[in-house]
Design a protein around this ligand. Sequence first.
Ligand SMILES: [Fe+2]
Length: 386
Amino acid sequence: MYNLTNPFSFELPTKIEYGNGSLKKLGDELRRLQAKKVSVVTDEGIIKAGLLDKIIPIIEENYMEYSIFYGVEPNPKDLNVEKGAGIVMDFGADTIIALGGGSPIDCAKSIGVLAGHGGSRIKDYEGRGKVQKPNIPLIAIPTTSGTGSEVTFSSVINDTVNNYKMTVKSPLIAPKVAIVDPELTVTMPPAVTASTGLDALTHAIEAFTVNISEPISDALALLAVELINNHLVEAVNNGSNIEARAGMLMGSLLAGMAFSHSDVGSVHCMAETLGGIYDAPHGVCNSILLPYVMEYNKDYCKEKYAKIAKVMGIKFSTADEGADRAIDKIKELSKEVNLPSFSILKVKEADLEMMAEVSFKNGSTPSNPRPMTKEDYLVVFRKAHK
Ligand SMILES: [Fe+2]
């Protein structure tokens, strides 16, 4: 547990407009940012779902010019960023709107980095501290309840040369505005609701338990766990239930703020490795790995796992029992929303060592509550692979 006299800083550069119908605020926010030329970054699924049609009239009503880049793939790639940045720079955009799940928002952040610096390779900005200039102002409009990317300082991009997920991290890449409207999430299919929901739950649990957590991120993370636990199953089974959708969207928003100020841990280090190599959905990778890593970490953060059990409404008598019950509950939740097990990824035994090494090199490894070596990662991967 942290010492309340320890110093830390907490910065939230993003203005949040939250609630049903908050999309209507887009025009006000564009004018406030003095936008004249707006680039929209999105993907084909969003266009097919009719969501782009909800924002174009708002841009047109405000007499702004716009361009659309919809070439963002799931697990967005360096190539998507570099192509999108070329389009945004040629158009001369002064504002970017990211519309979609974590992929378009993360891609738009990195596009903003290249456009802001006049750069051409996103690899040059990997890690912390490489981004030196503010991005082109970004308005993020999430349509899933998972990454919390609308309020985070991270952009996770697949390095297609070295085949792993790299992270560009800086408060300078945080969106200027997040328009967080639960009504935009009702068309999300059950499988996406489930996997993105487990991503958000993983953010909350890791933010709460990593060794650099602090009181504000803890408060955000615990309410996120409570909301996601209360609303996930209903949001998956009955997508038109707007209260469940709102609970999930608020849960993912809080979890995003929590991990951006704290960190994620070894679940993400391993999930990003899996996602980078097998191109599997990020939330699916997290949901598969979360219980294994929690079991491995348990002795290093038992009391915190017991607090997680408490906000999930679980009764227990000792911290040890509470921690076990929290892990069981997370396994149950994944099953209830039909998330698959490790075997679905068809991971080759021969790849496990390399995967352990890539996970170990992930920038969040030092934050995990249990110190992790390459050998530790191999133990967890082997357990999951059985
Ligand atoms: Fe994540």
